[in-house]
Ligand binder design. Structure first.
Ligand code: SAM
Length: 274
């Protein structure tokens, strides 16, 4: 049987096991997306149905790891969707640097293996250098969080294969990453970054009064009923006027539009409305 096929009880039993054993609550994710992802692993292991796959998970923890990896979909890149980052560099970063607040705290929510974090760190550092404002960098803290522990280990290392840089301007890559592969983030930008495990749907934000939240290519996998409380959580965690950057294919649904004002709707950059 193909995992996309009905077998509702088998599917439910499997998702309950995933939640009970690994704390990954499938209820928040879109069913079709989950079924397709589980089917990928079932095909890879040649298991005929959910029940057989569930038994395989009991005896093979490595398969459980592979399944969680597949479910969390952690593909990412440095400077992914370059036009968004160009605009963040031109508008958001200078606006945050101009603030007189004692701290500028940024949260990359669902940072996967950290490419988004180091993209942000390189933009903040580059702006400080350009404006001869290095001292102000001390106020900047960029917190990356993700649910997936393996991704977070990579985020802590901050070293990437050449392909991860295909969208990043060469000047940033050369300045902020080692010349040899894997290209490691230099200490100046590593110092700006912290990494922690956090489930976006059940854990609180890492801080309040945040100046910028990026949550890109994450909510697209969440059901509508999970998106709304998450966006309210982001709204409440942002300082008034704080920025929110979503992924290129993500939108604010219905009533959520009143919580944020568009800075550039096409590039999915918003600000907290009062
Ligand atoms: C496609 S990646 C996005 C990475 C990066 N933001 C980007 O746009 O390139 C999606 C990430 O969301 C994380 N994720 C999924 N559900 C999550 C949850 N409930 N809490 C925290 N992170 C979650 C996954 O582990 C994965 O690393």
């Amino acid at each position: 049987m193909n995992a996309g096929a009905v077998d509702e009880p088998g599917f439910r039993a499997l998702t309950q096991k995933i939640a009970a054993v690994r704390g990954f609550s499938c209820a928040n994710y879109k069913d079709g997306c989950l079924r397709r992802r589980i089917a990928v692993r079932m095909r890879a292991r040649g298991t005929p149905d959910f029940a057989a796959y569930s038994l395989l998970l009991d005896r093979d923890p490595a398969e459980f790891d592979a399944l969680i990896d597949t479910l969390t979909i952690n593909v990412t890149k440095l400077y992914r969707d370059a036009s968004v980052w160009d605009l963040v560099a031109e508008t958001v970063v200078p606006a945050l640097f101009a603030l007189e607040t004692p701290a500028v705290t940024v949260w990359s929510a669902g940072c996967s293996s950290g490419e988004e974090l180091y993209t942000l760190a390189s933009l903040f550092h580059a702006h400080a250098m350009r404006t001869l404002n290095e001292a102000k960098l001390k106020r900047v803290r960029i917190i990356g969080s993700d649910i997936d522990r393996a991704s977070l280990e990579s985020a802590k290392r901050g070293a990437y294969a050449a392909e991860a840089f295909s969208e990043m301007p060469a000047a940033l890559k050369t300045r902020y990453f080692s010349a040899e592969a894997p290209h490691a983030a230099v200490p100046e930008i590593k110092a700006l970054v912290d990494v922690e495990r956090r489930d976006l749907l059940s854990d609180p934000p890492p801080a309040q009064g945040l100046q910028l939240i990026t949550c890109r290519n994450v909510i697209i996998y969440f059901g509508r009923e999970s998106q709304e409380p998450l966006m309210r959580k982001f709204h409440d965690a942002l300082a008034p006027g704080g920025f929110l950057v979503l992924g290129k294919v993500e939108t604010l649904l219905g009533p959520l539009r009143t919580l944020f004002e568009p800075v550039d709707a096409r590039q999915r950059i918003f600000r907290r409305a009062a």
